[in-house]
Design a protein around this ligand. Structure first.
Ligand code: ZN
Length: 71
């Protein structure tokens, strides 16, 4: 994978059925196209690549800001 993300980092994914957000690790999202909601038990599809890309972009933005601040 080209992503330089910590596989242990977690992301909150909202359930399309009950709306409750569940914590999933990057590793899970990257490998499983479907995630079971721990609250209502519904199985929903996730676009892992899209989610990871969004996280990576957010992380790059943070890195860029850190560099600007000189840390
Ligand atoms: Zn649910």
């Amino acid at each position: 994978m080209a992503f330089k993300l910590d596989p242990e980092a977690t992301v909150n994914l909202p359930c399309p059925s009950c709306g409750v957000k569940s914590e999933q690790t990057i590793a899970t999202i990257g490998m499983s196209p479907r995630i079971r909601c721990p609250t209502c038990g519904v199985l929903f599809s996730v676009d892992g690549k899209k989610i990871l890309k969004r996280i990576q972009e957010a992380q790059e933005a943070i890195d860029l800001q850190r560099r600007k601040l000189g840390h």
